[in-house]
Design a protein around this ligand. Structure first.
Ligand code: G6P
Length: 371
């Protein structure tokens, strides 16, 4: 078993470090020469003609895959200008969603075997909607039943807490949204080249970020002393902190909540008092100023703010917070592929500091095949 962990103490840590490879493997063969566009020959039902008929998108998943879908929504709406809704699979059928043949239903599932996700997929098909699966397991139930599948090449994920599967799902959404924009004439070659070049740089940027992993160990050991903490972010950063908060809960058993930073003042701010830790994520240039004023609200109540931001904003953010971890700068909408990594590390090291079974947290299963 030690050999399988390649010298890492846990599968989760190994899988965190496998992310650069997972990104490269998921991108491989899917970009045209000269980065002039995306190719997804696996899409058989979702031809360019069929994609042109789509009027709205539903992204359905559970847990971490649901959080990948939240980022997917931003990517698709931005690139394709079509409205996207996110649902957790266990709720989808029961809200009588409006599903038509012009609705594209995207199901996201690492295992491809989650019962709720599979049931949602079947409901979508019953209503005549085309279904696209994003999954890590070739030949899984979800892959077999969907009309088309984009496989994430993250490789087997053993730790219950998902890391490289989530980030590979982000890469799949990036590729698919650009492909869709390309085949429907919403993106020109220059734009595509710009986006794809930024994507190609991501694996190396993750490698660079991982060189500072021990910094997160220090932060996590501090977090592990608390029983409650908060994550804040705006825009796509809010989607990412939701995943960071879930990761922390799953394996450290520390209670945390992820808030859209602007929403704090509408209630949750009442919970901020001396020494309450708040982890703030700031990667969106257009939202930095608003984030900084939310951070000031927290600091004024005695909260301790630890920030994760990119090189472009490190100086500004550093002045307003109690500590800062700097990640490389990328295009704002691609940032989740970098910014989630320090959050994964915080969860990992906090779990370790608390003496928990990192790879096999209590009460949880890797794949849940009951509704
Ligand atoms: C379980 C796992 C989660 C995972 C979720 C969805 O709850 O513990 O880590 O995100 O199922 O799994 P899936 O295989 O459908 O992505």
């Amino acid at each position: 078993l030690t050999a399988e962990k390649d010298g890492f103490d846990h599968f989760m840590l190994k899988e965190i470090y496998e992310q650069p490879k997972a990104y490269r493997d998921t991108m491989r063969g899917r970009m045209l020469d000269g980065l002039e566009g995306v190719k997804l020959p696996e899409l058989k039902v979702l031809t360019p003609e069929r994609l042109k008929e789509i009027r709205n998108v539903h992204i359905i998943a559970c847990g971490t895959a649901y959080h990948a879908g939240l980022v997917g929504r931003t990517l698709i709406e931005r690139a394709v200008k079509i409205p996207v809704e996110n649902d957790v699979a266990s709720e989808y059928r029961y809200r009588d969603p409006i599903i038509t043949p012009e609705t594209l239903v995207i199901v996201v599932s690492q295992s491809g075997e989650t019962a709720d996700t599979l049931a949602a997929l079947r409901e979508a098909k019953r209503c005549g909607a085309p279904v696209l699966a994003i999954t890590n397991v070739v030949g899984s139930s979800v892959a077999r039943e969907a009309d088309d599948t984009i496989v994430t090449w993250a490789g087997p994920e053993i730790a219950v807490a998902s890391t490289k599967a989530y980030t590979s799902q982000l890469i799949a959404f990036m590729l698919f949204s650009l492909y869709w924009a390309q085949v429907t004439g919403r993106a020109d070659t220059a734009q595509l080249r710009h986006e794809l070049a930024a994507m190609e740089a991501l694996p190396e940027q993750v490698e660079k970020l991982l060189e500072q992993a021990t910094e997160m160990k220090r932060v996590a050991e501090d977090m592990a002393k608390h029983d409650n903490l908060f994550f804040i972010g705006r825009g796509v950063d809010h989607a990412v902190v939701q995943e960071g908060s879930l990761k922390l809960k799953e394996i450290s058993y520390i209670h945390s909540e992820a808030y859209a930073a602007g929403e704090l003042k509408h209630g949750t701010l009442a919970l901020i008092e001396d020494d309450v830790p708040v982890i703030a994520l700031l990667t969106q240039p257009a939202l930095i100023e608003k984030m900084v004023s939310n951070i000031k609200e927290v600091k004024a109540r005695g909260g301790v703010v630890y920030a994760i931001t990119d090189e472009a904003h490190a100086e500004l953010v550093g002045k307003e917070t109690d500590g800062v971890f700097v990640i490389p700068t990328t295009l704002p909408h691609l940032s989740p592929a970098l910014s989630v990594v320090p959050l994964q590390l915080i969860a990992y090291y906090a779990s370790l500091a608390r003496g928990n079974d990192v790879d096999k947290p209590r009460n949880l299963a890797k794949s849940v095949t009951v509704e």
